[in-house]
Design a protein around this ligand. Structure first.
Ligand code: PMP
Length: 361
């Protein structure tokens, strides 16, 4: 049967096709309301029901404990790099573990608001050891999946000095469970596993609310946003609606005898194993990340002969494999294989890798 090309973009990224079809079908008239979701008041009963269902389903999928608030915000991951320190640092100390490009950016932005200390720094291919954490820090920041470098924490770090852990989980949120007992705050942009760009998800432990610096804009004050059920200002309504459909899709998702997040995680494990195996077994390609922290979501790789890069991308596109170009800061290639990427997409990529090597290797 005909299918759309497989889209390996790092984000905005491929979405489940049934969700896109439902969005198309409901575009002019949502649920007999006579309105597109884009045209509804965020305070009307229709949209409130959409937003409440989205939060309920998300909480269920990720087993979010009741003492965490779920906030639907705007500003993206880079916005949160400022919003988190304005809400949590009290102008004091912030420790950051640098594992790649995104955590490095988080450290730089937090310096505008707080005394930032890089507790450990990796080379973008590993998770550094020997963290020098400060007991009087307001929080410790880590990026649990480095989208550019392809470095993922497969277990959340245990910060046992009582300092809250803040995680930027933008690019692997909803791909696996989160151990909430280790987390104070988690944030991420929606445009990878969740839905359209413009929506930012924040999960914040209740005891961390209420400490915002006076310079913090009200619309970015977690306590204000939480008190208004994410409706202090107009939230990104259409993006919340699409995210809600993705959550419904995820809850019903079945794979390998499992359902919901467990099924999604299992398929992600299988897809990543297939792709890394193909890269490791080839002589034309290499992934440089240490085996224990290779990302299930973002798989950067290099052609050993970089003169073949253009031919690789042109031929991949012709084969129906889109957006494989690596991030401009690191070059090479990158296959992002988020939740919505089917196993068949990775199989097609692996077949293409072999075919390309046979012809050019
Ligand atoms: N953190 C991570 C891990 C990301 O992958 C990204 C975007 N790729 C960002 C932060 C920045 O997000 P945004 O562009 O939504 O500000």
């Amino acid at each position: 049967t005909a299918h759309r090309p497989f889209n390996f973009s790092a984000g905005p990224a491929t979405l489940p096709e049934p969700v896109l079809r439902q969005v198309a079908a409901e575009m002019l008239d949502w649920g007999g309301s006579g309105m597109s979701v884009m045209e509804m008041s965020h305070r009307g009963k229709e949209f409130i029901s959409i937003a409440e269902a989205a939060e309920r389903d998300l909480r269920e999928l990720l087993s979010v404990p009741p003492h965490f608030r779920v906030l639907f915000m705007q500003g993206g991951g880079l916005g949160e790099n400022a919003i988190v320190p304005m809400n949590l640092s009290r102008g004091g100390k912030v420790d950051v573990v640098v594992t790649g490009s995104w955590s490095r950016k988080s450290a730089a932005e937090a310096r505008r608001y707080a005394d930032v200390h890089v507790a450990a720094e990796g080379n973008g291919r590993e998770i550094p050891r020997d963290w020098r954490l400060r007991d009087d820090a307001a929080y410790v920041h880590v990026c649990t999946n480095e989208t550019i470098d392809g470095v993922e924490f497969h277990d959340l770090p245990l910060v046992d000095n009582g300092v809250p852990l803040v995680i930027d989980c933008s690019s692997h949120m909803l791909s696996r469970p989160i151990d909430w007992s280790r987390v104070g705050l988690a944030f991420g942009g929606a445009q990878k596993n969740i839905g359209p760009a413009g929506l930012t998800l924040v999960f914040v432990r209740e005891d961390l609310l209420g400490h915002a610096m006076s310079i913090c804009p009200s619309a970015f004050n977690y306590e204000t946003v939480a008190a208004a059920q994410s409706m202090y200002n107009t939230p990104p309504t259409f993006a919340i609606y699409v995210a809600g459909l993705v959550f419904q899709w995820a809850k019903a998702f079945e794979y390998a005898g499992k359902q919901g997040l467990a099924a999604i995680e299992q398929r992600n494990i299988d897809k990543a194993a297939l792709l890394y195996q193909a890269l490791d077994g080839a002589s034309l390609y290499e992934n440089r990340v240490q085996a224990n922290c290779r990302s299930r979501m973002n798989v950067p790789f290099y052609l050993k002969d970089e003169r073949l890069n253009d031919a690789f991308l042109t031929e991949a596109k012709a084969a129906g494999l889109l957006q494989l170009k690596g991030h401009k800061t690191v070059g090479g290639m990158r296959a992002s294989i988020y939740n919505a990427m089917p196993l068949e997409g990775v199989q097609a990529l692996v077949a293409f890798l072999k075919d390309f090597e046979a012809r050019h290797g």
